[in-house]
Ligand binder design. Structure first.
Ligand code: ADP
Ligand SMILES: N[C@@H](CCOP(=O)(O)O)C(=O)O
Length: 318
């Protein structure tokens, strides 16, 4: 669990007066976050989530909050940010940026079946299409530039075999990023971290996507690859589960058809998505941020997935 910025009902009662939500009745800290301090807030107008951003700045946040508002206004199931009486979505609390969003119902589906994967695939395609006219841009801050910056900081800790894998994959991805197929991939705002724990379900009904704080502009196919690499695998081996992959890809394709350039890029992109999380987990493991009590995620999970995606031909996209 991350260190929390403590917030009392008294703090919130005063602060929330600037929002059209009525009085605050209760505040409850959420223990499961690892990036930010999150609280469920009961107000006279219902349940909301208050987030105090521990790492992101006032400059970076408008992209995420406005993207969520843009998507929510277009019927994509995401938390809707609430503006204060000046129309602001990001308002300081205890000197840190903070925001209030609507609370999604449901819970995470940690053992997804093909029906869940189909619902996620369809909503992901709707999200990509709905964000086409989103006016703000911000790069994926965990993209190729970040991989290049982080690689030398983790290489000294790796075994010879893993160092070789990392160097070879970085070389492959840098070269792939210059090819014609890659340049012609559709792009736009992407979630970039749509793991099982960032989606709410009520039974088989998808209730919403949340945790947009790794979102950025990148290829839509990268988003699909990140999502497939988490939702459609056997967690012990990293091997793709054919039924769940087909359900997710077919549902996505029915809403936003994949292209031939995407088909040609699918295996490199599954590798890129595995590399991205291997690198961030290695970084968090070997270079933990000061003053946080995080239990790092296991990097070997994504090393296994990367090796598997290199070794096994990718299933067809469509
Ligand atoms: N809008 C929301 N609706 C309902 N629950 C939410 C919402 N946002 C966050 N949560 C809850 O808070 C937990 C932590 O949120 P998350 O955004 O994943 O934190 P972090 O970015 O710190 O990892 C989630 O697992 C979920 O239970
Ligand atoms: N999904 C990433 C870590 C990001 O954590 P989140 O709780 O903010 O989704 C991983 O598994 O490495």
């Amino acid at each position: 669990m991350a260190v929390f910025t403590a917030v009392s009902l008294d703090d919130v009662s005063e602060w929330i007066k600037q929002f059209p939500l009525g009085k605050a009745l209760a505040v409850r800290g959420i223990a499961s976050g690892i990036e930010n301090s999150n609280f469920f807030i009961t107000t006279e107008s219902g349940e909301h989530v208050l987030t105090i951003f521990e790492n992101l700045s006032f400059e970076q946040l408008p992209f995420y909050l406005n993207l969520m508002r843009h998507l929510a206004e277009r019927g994509v199931l995401v938390p809707a940010p609430v503006a204060n009486d000046k129309g602001e979505l990001i308002v300081p609390l205890h000197g840190k940026p903070a925001a209030i969003v609507s609370k999604l119902e449901g819970s995470s589906q940690m053992a997804p079946q093909p029906a869940h994967c189909a619902a996620v695939g369809a909503m992901l395609a709707r999200m990509h299409l709905a964000a086409r006219d989103f006016p703000l841009t911000q790069p994926n801050l965990r993209g190729l530039d970040w991989w290049n910056a982080v690689t030398p900081t983790v290489l000294p800790f790796l075994s010879d075999s893993n160092a070789h894998l990392l160097r070879a994959e970085m070389h492959f991805q840098e070269s792939y990023a210059t090819c014609e197929h890659y340049k012609r991939l559709a792009r736009g705002p992407v979630h970039a971290d749509l793991f099982r724990n960032n989606v709410m379900f009520v039974g088989e009904r998808l209730a919403g996507f949340f945790d947009f704080y790794f979102a950025g502009c990148d290829t839509w196919l990268f988003d699909v690859a990140v999502t497939v690499n988490d939702w459609c695998i056997d967690l012990d081996t990293g091997v793709l589960d054919e039924a769940r992959v087909r359900a997710m890809l077919d549902a996505y394709h029915a809403v936003r058809p994949f292209t031939a350039h995407e088909q040609a890029s699918w295996q490199p992109m599954l590798r890129a998505a595995a590399l991205r999380f291997w690198l961030s987990r290695l970084f968090d493991f070997y270079q933990p941020r000061a003053a946080e009590m995080l239990t790092p995620h296991d990097p070997t999970h994504f090393e296994r997935i990367l090796r598997e995606r290199i070794a096994t031909p990718a299933p067809r996209l469509f």
